[in-house]
Design a protein around this ligand. Structure first.
Ligand SMILES: Cc1ncc(COP(=O)(O)O)c(C=O)c1O
Ligand SMILES: N[C@@H](CCCC[NH3+])C(=O)O
Length: 432
């Protein structure tokens, strides 16, 4: 099933033409297919079958309220990494008892907010963090539920910048340190270790590293539980990748088989934290061609979206398919183009030497697979208001984040008194 059909010669998202959306909000804009998200979620849940699992959507992939609520209504919990994400999850109606709080740098104030909310668990990654959590909980007269995130020292075979399970990464507790760690945890009155967690990285397309990581996780779980620790839950993390281009999609069924094999006979509750898998291929960034520039070495398509809107190609040399909104014949003549934004950096580039049917000024292009780590990583660099977001469902659509206007953008700044003309007295400074 495609969520992005060409109809009447123009690209649509579900039943809505991208031209109509462009006319409504201008370009560039993000649009998401609610059906694509729902389908990804239900296929993830279906693959897990009868495993006793809670799927905690990783908000960092796309934390728009409408997106979170779409998953919450399907029964999802949330994986959050900051107080901001925690508040977003609660605001979208995710029950606190389905929220896990991950991340290496939780601050006491964030811990306090999460404790007050009554979340399911804190995924703790270091002894100082555990001590801080214990102090915060003790002050409140409560006990914080904890899962210890281990670092399994497994190569997730993904981009180095999004790999999290190797010993040299900042994440998790090294397995050899875990027993000593638990001895310290036993002395802390404000925490109760109820589970173990792992997360080896993002955009994982070869599922084999999961097997190694899960086997190490489960072996520890069983050993510690046998030693008397009252462990109840295993958090298997997220990271399952998507196809950014043909053929690179991981097999969700094989992933689930690996999980099933690893936890067979263990008898504990499971948590999963998928992000990109649920939203990545549900989104497009739609942009308009401003100019086509013929250089001596390259032909540049200069579009009105930029690295401030979607930074993945700049940051990770990531590939995103680019589709012309005007339907084209498979035999159409093609040319190699560099698709670039207007920002004053040579790294402001979406695709290099991309073979596309002839592109002309004003043409709309859709940058695919932009539903995860797109809008959430946007900035206003070069004083560009970040692109608005639209959620589409069938023939309906709604603007779920409007474009920020320039007054709001500039209005974020404050002038110090000595620069503020409206506050300066007519008396010269220091006058008697
Ligand atoms: C702890 C944790 N859980 C879940 C995720 C979600 O990852 P992904 O979007 O790759 O599924 C991440 C990010 O990689 C993460 O750091
Ligand atoms: N920002 C990364 C994913 C990071 C995942 C964070 N745990 C990306 O765009 O691929």
């Amino acid at each position: 099933m495609t969520f992005y059909p060409y109809k009447n010669g123009r690209l649509h998202i579900e039943g809505v033409s991208l031209d109509e959306l462009a006319a409504r909000v201008g370009t560039p804009f993000y649009c998401y297919s609610a059906s694509a998200m729902e389908t990804a979620y239900t296929s993830f849940v279906a693959a897990l079958g009868d495993l006793p699992a809670t799927v905690c959507y990783a908000l960092k992939a796309n934390s728009n309220q409408a997106v979170i609520k779409t998953f919450a209504q399907l029964g999802a919990g949330a994986d959050v990494v900051s107080e901001g994400e925690l508040r977003r999850a609660l605001a979208a109606g995710v029950p606190a008892k389905k929220i896990v709080f991950a991340g290496v740098g939780k601050q006491p104030s964030e811990m306090a907010t999460a404790l007050d909310a009554g979340i399911l668990q804190f995924n703790v990654e270091s002894l100082p963090e555990l001590e801080a959590l214990s102090r915060v909980a003790q002050e409140k007269g409560s006990v914080a539920p904890v899962a210890l995130r281990i670092n399994p020292d497994v190569d997730a075979l993904t981009h180095a910048k999004i790999s999290t399970g190797k010993a040299e990464n900042k994440f998790g507790i090294d397995i050899p340190s875990l027993r000593g760690f638990l001895a310290s945890a036993a002395e802390l009155p404000g925490v109760r270790v109820e589970g173990l967690a792992v997360h080896i990285g993002s955009q994982v397309t070869d599922v084999n590293p999961y097997r190694t990581a899960f086997e190490r996780l489960v072996a520890l779980f069983v050993e510690l539980r046998d030693a008397g620790w009252p462990l109840e839950r295993l958090d298997m993390g997220g990271g399952l990748g998507i196809a950014y281009r043909d053929g690179a999609a991981p097999d969700i069924t094989r992933y689930a088989e690996i999980v099933r094999g690893a936890v067979a006979g263990v008898g504990c509750k499971l948590i999963f934290e998928p992000g990109r898998f649920l939203t990545g291929n549900a989104g497009l960034l739609v942009t308009r061609t401003v100019y086509v520039k013929h250089g001596t070495a390259r032909r540049f398509v200069i579009v009105d979206a930029a690295m401030n809107d979607l930074i993945r190609p700049t940051l990770y040399d990531a590939w995103h398919d680019i589709l012309p909104v005007a339907q084209f014949s498979p035999d159409a003549a093609r040319e190699p183009y560099d698709i670039v934004g207007p920002i004053c950096e040579s790294s402001d580039i979406f695709a290099e030497q991309r073979s596309l049917p002839t592109v002309a000024p004003d043409d709309l292009l859709a940058i695919c697979s932009s539903g995860a780590y797109g809008a959430v990583m946007a900035s206003s660099y070069n004083s560009r208001p970040p692109a608005p977001e639209i959620l589409v469902r069938g023939k309906d659509y709604a603007v779920i984040r409007p474009r920020m206007d320039y007054d709001a953008l500039i209005g974020q700044d404050r002038l110090p008194e000595w620069l503020d003309d409206s506050q300066q007295s007519s008396e010269p400074r220091g006058a008697a």
